[in-house]
Design a binder for this molecule. Structure first.
Ligand SMILES: [Zn+2]
Ligand SMILES: [Zn+2]
Length: 379
């Protein structure tokens, strides 16, 4: 066996230094490679125990010895001829083969049509540990799948960057983000990649309207990075709202399904549930959430209306216009009035500690002394 081209072993790659990893592209350049939700969250691993295999993008097959396969089957391909210029065993030749192999592996892992829900990981998992696809994350630099536990150590070696667990995870999420295909680069990179991964955010990742709303907010507040947190909060509020809507009506799958006049009551109930409205006392636990959600939902409905105008869908447009009418009139009485009353009540009940007479006297004496000193300096 020609060991110089035998890439069946993972150790060859791990010994390569930073220069030997030529991937320097920003992770966001591949953000539009959308992994299917199934693929990224619950894919099974390559059959455990089977000899490690590598994907060849030219013939779309998995092979055991990638280097030898290239040299024997694909000698005429442009990339391969550039590799053949170097003699066997030359470090540059090894580096080029490794680069091509990583590129093909990434193509395989990110395309559910090729991989059928299976991923090829860098190191075969321990049979006893019973791992699944959730345990593996992509290295933002070399685009290979590593276990969550080893990603940080690998990433710092791979791109010689001082990487905290958080920064490598955020970059990994940017590269691997499983999200709606219309999500803008900015939305993924600065907003969604920094979000906590939970069911609230999962709710909006594949929702047409929520993603459209997120994109619009990113376009509106593009100059100031401080607004990213605000956008994140708004999207999380919409995620909670959508969860409540789905609890109340099992036939609703997307946000736009609920934005119809006949669902007005469902919308109000969902807003009340998210903001913790107490029927008995008539008090919101979080009045500002109720007010904000009302605003977001109204903005999104207007956005949907412009979408239907562009599509020249008269029927749906007029239905959405009716809902906007209901909201303009109804939110004032159904939400906003209670919100302002609650806030007023909270302000009235808020205890304000006033300074004692002694403290005020002490301050007065201090200020008088300061004034005298200033006056003396003036002479
Ligand atoms: Zn091939
Ligand atoms: Zn890497």
């Amino acid at each position: 066996m020609n060991t110089s081209e035998n890439f069946g072993s993972t150790t060859n790659l791990n010994n390569l230094s930073q220069d030997e990893f030529p991937y320097s592209e920003e992770p966001n350049t591949i953000q539009n490679t959308v992994l299917s939700r199934k693929n990224s969250l619950s894919c099974s691993l390559e059959e455990l125990g089977v000899q490690k295999r590598y994907f060849c993008n030219y013939c779309e097959k998995c092979v055991t010895n990638f280097g030898r396969h290239l040299m024997t089957v694909h000698r005429t391909e442009n990339e391969v001829t550039s590799i053949l210029k170097y003699p066997k065993g030359n470090p540059l030749r090894l580096k080029k083969i490794a680069t091509l192999r990583n590129e093909f592996q990434f193509k395989y892992n990110s395309n559910p049509n090729i991989n059928n829900g299976k991923i090829i990981v860098k190191r075969r998992p321990n049979l006893q540990k019973n791992r699944n696809g959730k345990h593996y994350k992509i290295c933002p630099s070399c685009k290979q799948m590593y276990s969550i536990l080893s990603l940080r150590v690998h990433y710092s070696k791979c791109c010689k960057e001082d990487s905290s667990t958080r920064s490598s995870m955020v970059k990994s999420k940017q590269a691997q983000m499983s999200v709606h295909k219309d999500a803008s680069k900015r939305l993924i990179k600065f907003v969604l990649a920094n979000c906590r991964n939970d069911e609230v955010i999962e709710e909006i990742l594949f929702d047409d309207l929520c993603i459209d709303y997120g994109n619009k907010l990113c376009r509106t507040y593009r100059t100031n990075e401080q607004h990213n947190g605000m956008i994140r909060t708004r999207l999380r509020e919409m995620g909670k709202f959508l969860i409540e809507i789905k609890k109340q009506n099992k036939n609703i799958f997307q946000l736009k399904d609920v934005l119809l006049p006949e669902h007005y009551d469902t919308i109000i109930n969902a807003i009340n549930a998210v903001a913790g409205y107490d029927e008995d006392t008539g008090v919101y636990n979080a009045p500002s959430t109720a007010y904000n959600l009302g605003l977001h939902v109204k903005q999104i409905t207007q956005q949907l209306q412009t979408l239907y105008i562009r599509e020249a869908n008269v029927e749906k447009r007029s239905a959405v216009a009716d809902l906007i009418c209901l909201m303009n009139e109804g939110f004032r009485t159904d939400i906003n009035k209670t919100v302002s009353e609650n806030q007023c009540l909270k302000r009235r009940h808020k205890k304000i500690l006033l300074p004692t007479a002694e403290d005020i006297n002490a301050l007065k004496t201090f200020l008088d002394k300061e004034k005298d000193l200033e006056r003396l300096k003036g002479f």
